[in-house]
Design a protein around this ligand. Structure first.
Ligand SMILES: O=C(O)CCC(=O)C(=O)O
Length: 264
């Protein structure tokens, strides 16, 4: 469970790893269900497209990386639906962020063996820009490890304290997924902290924390599932306060805001 020191680290550094949050039995069940989902519904791609590849990969590797990305595993497996209410996960986000947390997304980022794709430096915020809150940044990403993720497997790297700088301008467009300009933000230029992890560990990080990861060069899969939650009071910028902005509440109770229309 999350300790007060880990809460402090999350607030000050923008990330924290909690070891063994999922038991070996839980990881076994979640992992085998995920393998079945990948086999039946998954699709292999090279990962994110974009010119950033020339800066992160050499020669033919720019075109030969492998990835399986898949949204909403709970659409295929009840085991993946129940995870949103996992005691260890919900008690952790309650302590790290807020007592009432609304689920936002679940996405698999799997790096297949041999040449699993890298991810360029980015914040997660520009993936949901309409979500940036009026007050605060109470949006947390939880990277649940289904496999061991040693350094050589392309584990997560973060830039400590980068969440304190707020949202940054990213390169966006139909040709790529949002990423920071490699001329200014690249592992050769910016010091990052490498976070190797074991299956069952969860890395919690703010959606404003700059992060990236390298290729998986091992012979094993590196499957990680990112689950995003935010304080239930957060609303998309500019959304009419009288309009509902609801999704599954993972922990706590969402009270009706005073600004909302009065129910009969
Ligand atoms: O899983 C990784 O290696 C990187 C994941 C990532 O960049 C993300 O979840 O935004």
């Amino acid at each position: 469970m999350v300790t007060p020191e880990q809460v402090q680290q999350y607030r000050e550094e923008g990330y924290v790893k909690v070891e063994g949050l999922f038991s070996p039995d839980e990881v076994g069940e979640l992992g085998s269900e995920m393998v079945r989902i990948i086999n039946e519904w998954g699709q292999e791609t090279i990962g994110w497209h974009g010119p950033w590849r020339e800066r992160y990969l050499k020669g033919e590797e720019q075109q030969t990386t492998k990835a399986v990305f898949l949204h909403n595993p709970q659409h295929y497996s009840a085991t993946w639906g129940r995870i949103l209410f996992h005691e260890g996960l919900t008690s952790s986000i309650t302590k790290l962020v807020s007592p009432t947390m609304q689920w936002h997304h679940t996405v698999l980022h799997a790096k297949p063996p041999t040449l699993g794709t890298p991810f360029p430096m980015h914040q997660d915020y520009p993936f949901y820009p309409h979500q940036y809150p009026h007050e605060g940044a109470d949006f947390i990403d939880c990277l649940v490890h289904l496999d061991d993720a040693p350094a050589e497997s392309g584990c997560l790297h973060v830039v400590p304290k980068s969440h304190l700088g707020g949202p940054l301008e990213h390169i966006t467009g139909s040709h790529t997924a949002p990423h920071l300009p490699p001329d200014d933000y690249h592992p050769d230029k910016i010091e990052t902290v490498e976070i190797p992890a074991k299956a069952g560990d969860v890395i919690f990080f703010s959606y404003l924390t700059i992060h990236w990861s390298d290729c998986n060069r091992t012979g094993d899969w590196r499957k990680g599932v990112r689950i995003g939650f935010h304080d239930a009071e957060m609303r998309p910028v500019g959304k009419d306060p009288a309009e509902a902005y609801n999704n599954t509440i993972a922990t706590g109770f969402k009270s009706k805001p005073e600004s909302a229309a009065t129910a009969s």
